[in-house]
Ligand binder design. Structure first.
Ligand SMILES: Cc1cc2nc3c(=O)[nH]c(=O)nc-3n(C[C@H](O)[C@H](O)[C@H](O)COP(=O)(O)OP(=O)(O)OC[C@H]3O[C@@H](n4cnc5c(N)ncnc54)[C@H](O)[C@@H]3O)c2cc1C
Length: 388
């Protein structure tokens, strides 16, 4: 096997790498912190100015029509430094979805502001009783003249506190079979009747919200696709879910930091890196990170060749997120009681980053389709096993 990148791809990687390493100066972002939020948006704007933020979009919509390989290089370099796009929903999900299912008018209205980095989108899919079984959702949309009136609750809305717009699945026909009575809307978060209640995540950040709709009036030209066909629109959106290379790239950076820390930190008079258990654990992580990268490169390679990674994308998500958890646990094990200290403590190791990672990575095996659901996909589509 020869996994060499082309000269053009290598040159692009050098360019992106130097940009990321000089322009991204933030640590992890708490979107509730106004300075961190402004810094992250300024960084995103610089990416947009270079055409990199929507590089995978067709040129006519403000993109560069970049290949999957170019995208994976971009994401790998971005994730390595810990950089984030705050409007990931706009750039990677609802934007591409509008390109496929939107009217010409919707494309003209919604795509340019995403490409120019002027808006942030939130996603309103999950409800208290509809997560993995998303088609059971109950938020209602009832027609009233030229509008629909929305009532109900969404939950786990990432970017709920900072979002300008939200893309929402709502039930428009309660009598139809559950997948066939759903429509897809885009809604201005400033619409009267929308209330957001922040939810603190395990890492102590207000990462998402409960989002309530109380008689929210939505013009019918904000429905994406046909009435009662929203399930199929949503499936397109979910197909555009972000690549899993970020888990491998972030892990590679964290591993480098852990190795450096283990070399510089002594326990019982000897450097931690000289303890055989520590060496073995770190070496195991290095192997797994390489495996994760290759699984992701394979997905990008298949997409470049026009093949559909029917179960390979699930493998990438499952392996990448569980690797990220294993790495955080390895770090906590090596640090012992110091690992649990917050970054503010004088005794914190690596500024408390491992503790944060330990808490944050729990959610990674849940969002974007839990890993149990990903395993069902691998069992059925990869191994050809029957549905339960
Ligand atoms: C960090 C984070 C960010 C999120 N952001 C958003 C967002 O922006 N917008 C949004 O709409 N949602 C968001 N979510 C919600 C996410 O999509 C749901 O949490 C996820 O789909 C699981 O749904 P649930 O929490 O209702 O769990 P459930 O579906 O109730 O699952 C509970 C457990 O049962 C397992 N399970 C369920 N069904 C099966 C099955 N058929 N076979 C095997 N096991 C099964 C699950 O794997 C899980 O372990 C986010 C979640 C997290 C953690």
């Amino acid at each position: 096997m020869d996994f060499k990148f082309t000269e053009e791809e290598e040159a692009f990687r050098r360019d992106v790498r130097s940009f990321m390493r000089s322009e991204w100066t933030l640590g992890s972002i708490d979107i509730e912190d106004p300075d961190a939020f402004a810094g992250a948006r300024a960084f995103e704007k610089k990416m947009a100015d270079r055409g990199w933020r929507t590089m995978h979009w067709p040129k006519e919509y403000g993109g560069q029509g970049a290949t999957h390989m170019m995208q994976i290089i971009m994401r790998e370099e971005m994730s390595y430094v810990g950089a984030r796009i705050l409007d990931g929903q706009g750039v990677h999900m609802i934007g591409p979805c509008i390109m496929v299912h939107g009217t010409e008018e919707q494309k003209k209205r919604f795509l340019p502001p995403i490409a120019r980095c002027e808006v942030i989108w939130a996603q309103g899919f999950s409800e208290p009783n509809a997560g993995s079984d998303l088609a059971s959702l109950q938020l209602r949309a009832v027609k009233d003249g030229d509008d629909f009136i929305l009532n109900g609750q969404k939950t786990w809305t990432s970017a709920g506190t900072v979002g300008d717009w939200i893309h929402v699945m709502a039930r428009t026909d309660s009598n139809a079979p559950k997948h066939r009575g759903i429509s897809y809307f885009v809604v201005d978060m400033k619409s009267p009747g929308i209330t957001v209640m922040p939810i603190l995540n395990m890492a102590g950040m207000a990462g998402f919200t409960d989002t309530y709709f109380d008689n929210v009036r939505v013009p019918k030209d904000q429905m994406i696709g046909e009435e009662n066909r929203g399930w199929y629109v949503a499936m397109t959106t979910l197909d555009f879910e972000r690549s899993s290379i970020s888990f491998a790239a972030e892990s590679a950076k964290t591993l480098e930091e852990l190795v450096k820390w283990a070399k510089e930190t002594k326990r019982d008079g000897k450097a931690i890196i000289d303890e055989s258990v520590a060496r073995h654990k770190l070496a195991e992580m290095a192997i797994e990170i390489e495996v994760a990268r290759l699984i992701n490169y394979n997905v990008a390679y298949m997409q470049t060749k026009g093949l559909i990674p029917a179960y390979q994308a699930s493998m990438a998500k499952t392996f990448g997120t569980e690797l990220h958890q294993r790495l955080a646990r390895t770090g906590m094990d090596l640090m012992g009681l110091y690992g649990g200290l917050d970054g503010k403590s004088a005794w914190a190791q690596l500024s408390g980053r491992i503790k944060y990672l330990y808490l944050w990575t729990i959610g990674e095996t849940i969002y974007a389709g839990s890993n149990e659901i990903q395993r069902n996909i691998m069992a059925q589509r990869g191994l050809g096993l029957p549905r339960e």
